[in-house]
Design a protein. Structure first.
Length: 278
């Protein structure tokens, strides 16, 4: 829509976890490094917490992308709050072995045989040279403590010298307390990391990075946003990437509609009012 007007090949501020757009702030780089280390070095379990919209799901996608499909089998669970412990197991089994056939009704399969099946799948994948990775996204929504217990149980899949799978648990900050309430799981978390909203100077770099990836050429010599505008964006979004994306998309659209050559603070005020951005 406005891409051509702003010298872009595509929309830069889509709210999708697209690994191409990853901006490596210090904290994103640390999280990426630590969680990759958990998987690469077979440490068992890692946990990533952070405020909503700060990049947790994106980090998970980047890790999987970097490892590559020929090196990992991954069960990516995005809605753990709707699952019972046995359904969680089924989802993990299906993720790690898409070709496996499971009985239609969960009652036809008790948890124990499923655990045995999972054990075989883990061993088969490792034999095929593929690491097993289980990622539980949105884990802060889990209310049933049995789910955490189930996660601890699957971490028990170990041979004499290694974990048979890597488990990454991700969610909003309250996840820390939930996990710590389950001591046996908490003690098994080898690495913990946390994402906070971006600082003001990172917001400038974040925006410019996304514009550059989308094809904008002359960012340093001909910036689209004045420094005062970026200050205001930081103020209105609190440095949360998802909110920055939403606001920037509206600003690029409104700037195009009004045919401005640069986005100034008055346009922010207009957009915030017109689109009820709060
Ligand atoms: N470091 C980053 N580089 C580029 N884009 C980012 C970064 N962090 C977040 N984003 C963008 O912000 C948006 C929200 O990120 P994401 O969905 O990963 O957040 P989240 O922490 O998983 O949020 P929630 O807790 O609501 O699930 C996505 O569009 C993502 O691309
Ligand atoms: Mg997420």
């Amino acid at each position: 829509m406005y891409e051509q007007y702003w010298g872009l090949n595509e929309k830069p501020f889509q709210n999708t976890p697209d690994p191409r757009y990853l901006y490596l702030s210090g904290q994103h780089e640390e999280a990426l490094m630590k969680l990759t280390y958990v998987i690469a070095q077979d440490l068992g379990c890692g946990m990533l917490t952070g405020v909503f919209g700060c990049g947790k799901t994106l980090i998970a996608k980047v890790i999987l992308n970097d490892l590559g499909q020929d090196r990992v089998r991954c069960a990516f669970i995005t809605n753990p709050c709707f699952l019972e412990p046995s359904e969680l197991l089924r989802a993990i089994v299906r993720g790690l072995s898409p070709e496996v056939t499971l009985p239609e009704k969960k009652t036809e399969l008790l948890a124990d045989p499923l655990l045995e099946k999972l054990n075989n799948i883990l061993l088969n994948n490792l034999r095929d040279g593929k690491q097993n990775v289980v990622i539980i996204d949105e884990a802060h929504t889990i209310e049933d403590m049995h789910i955490f217990e189930q996660l601890r149980l699957i971490l028990n899949f170990q041979s004499e010298d290694r974990f048979l799978l890597s488990l990454i648990i991700m969610g909003q900050p309250e996840l820390k307390d939930k996990v710590d309430a389950s001591k046996p799981l908490s003690q098994r978390i080898a690495v913990r990391c946390n994402l906070e909203p971006l600082k003001e100077d990172d917001v400038t770099k974040y925006i410019n990075h996304r514009l550059r990836i989308a094809g904008r050429k002359d960012i340093d010599t001909n910036p689209i946003l004045s420094s005062e505008t970026i200050k205001q964006i930081f103020k209105h979004t609190g440095g949360i990437p998802r909110r920055i994306n939403t606001l920037l998309d509206l600003l690029l659209m409104e700037g195009f509609a009004k045919k401005v050559s640069r986005i100034e603070p008055d346009l922010i005020n207009l957009v915030i009012k017109d689109f009820n951005f709060s």
